[in-house]
Design a protein around this ligand. Structure first.
Ligand SMILES: Nc1nc2c(c(=O)[nH]1)N[C@H]1C(S)=C(S)[C@@H](COP(=O)(O)O)O[C@H]1N2
Ligand SMILES: [Mo]
Length: 403
């Protein structure tokens, strides 16, 4: 039995989420209000195929993706939100949790969970995409978690703007970066001897980015306290940037007067940038690049000939809106403009659909989706190898059988 077909009860979820998952057998109905319930021939009106289980890529630490072909809602339910962790989930209690703000600041301080929550709260719906999402499509295959299309989700986050804490600490002139460090830690061995040994997960933001109002220290996800694997009790949400910037289990915020060059900043989650002479050097990645993904039909799905099939999926771009999604049903020769769903929100994905009149005769067809954002940037057709093993946004081919 393939992983995607395993019964719901074998999903690997933290205990508390597991109990919730057991009661969410009706989740496919959540999508009805999006108007995207797929017109699946042979399926009675109002019913949906059974919800496939989450897909486990690694058990310890948990690395779990959403089966993207089951996308049917603007907000990803917490139980259906991917988990990407480099080290074991630390056991933290909110009433003992402490966050330190230190480094290149006038007044370093420490604060607890209740104090943080009293500083004020902001709701922010935002998409999170792992920079390694779609890695399974890279040729040649790359080391690293082999995500398909499901290391992405859109959730409502509630938290305090990081800028309030930076203001309270008083950033000194000459500050450059703000390092966010998690409580989680572990040893880095392969593929990098000499290894840094045991380290915490940490990434930095340029000071100006860290001061943007949408960068949150969040304690709620979809209206409930964070689950252990999503960063309980407090995590960062850096909307518009790839997931690695949104540090879970926050421990310290360290303002620095020189660029941070930690392992996950400069070695991992970095790409080659070429100067004007073409000399490459590694630079940290940050903003999410424009991308679209077809949820249905799924790769190798069999669709009925001579019928109407609603192709649908989601598109997003880190810091701006989606202007257009085009669909090709002939391997990229011709393109049709898809309908964007009415529901649009900044820093979220945009659902889309396209009513495809399938061929009269049995055939094998290649579907493609290509998004263009409000700044006019379109997805590339070919992979840019300078991106190494992350930021996988080139147009994908979805083979489909027409029968
Ligand atoms: N402390 C800590 N924060 C972390 C990570 C981690 O391993 N440790 N993984 C990062 C990566 S690579 C991603 S894509 C997101 C995933 O967040 P999620 O597991 O809540 O979906 O968390 C980020 N924050
Ligand atoms: Mo990630």
């Amino acid at each position: 039995m393939s992983e995607a077909n395993r019964p719901l009860k074998t999903i690997l979820l933290p205990r508390r989420s597991f109990l919730k998952a057991a009661t969410v057998a009706t989740w496919p109905l959540l999508g009805v209000s999006t108007g995207l319930a797929h017109a699946e021939p042979g399926t009675p009106e109002g019913s949906s195929p059974a919800a496939p289980a989450m897909i486990t890529r690694q058990v310890h630490p948990p690395n779990i993706e959403f089966p993207f072909s089951s996308l049917d809602s603007f907000i990803t339910p917490t139980e259906r939100f991917y988990i990407r962790s480099h080290f074991p989930t630390p056991e933290l209690a909110a009433d003992q949790w402490k966050l330190r703000v230190e480094g290149h600041v006038e007044r370093p301080f420490e604060l607890g969970y209740d104090e943080l929550r009293k500083l004020g709260s902001v709701d922010q719906t935002a998409l999170l995409e792992c920079a390694g999402n779609s890695r399974i499509f890279l040729k040649p295959p790359q080391i690293g978690v082999r995500w398909e299309q499901g290391a992405v989700g859109n959730a409502k986050w509630t938290g305090t703007p990081l800028s309030l804490l930076l203001a309270r600490a008083g950033v000194k002139p000459g500050a450059v970066d703000v390092i966010l460090e998690g409580y989680d830690k572990g040893r880095i061995e392969a593929p990098s001897p000499p290894s840094p040994g045991e380290i915490h997960f940490a990434r930095s933001l340029p000071l100006a980015k860290a001061q943007e109002p949408q960068v949150l220290l969040a304690w709620k996800m979809n209206g409930e306290e964070l689950t252990p694997d999503h960063g309980y009790p407090v995590r960062a949400i850096v909307a518009g940037w790839y997931g690695m910037a949104s540090i879970k289990w926050l421990k310290r915020i360290i303002v620095t007067d020189k660029p941070f060059d930690g392992y996950f900043q400069t070695f991992s989650y970095s790409m080659w940038r070429r100067d004007e002479r073409g000399v490459p050097s590694l630079a940290p990645i940050g903003p999410i690049d424009v991308k679209s993904q077809i949820a249905r039909p799924a790769a190798y799905e069999v669709v009925p000939q001579g019928s109407r099939y609603r192709v649908f999926g989601a598109a997003w771009s880190g810091n701006t809106d989606i202007a257009k999604v085009e669909i090709s049903t002939d391997g990229g020769v011709t393109w049709n403009v898809a309908t964007l769903d009415a529901k649009a929100a900044p820093l979220s994905w945009r659902l889309f659909n396209f009513d495809w009149q399938t061929p009269q005769r049995a055939s094998r067809v290649t579907l493609m989706a290509r998004a263009t954002d409000a700044l006019g940037r379109a997805q590339a057709m070919e992979r840019d190898h300078d991106r190494r093993d992350t930021m996988i946004t080139h147009v994908q081919s979805i083979p489909v059988f027409v029968r």
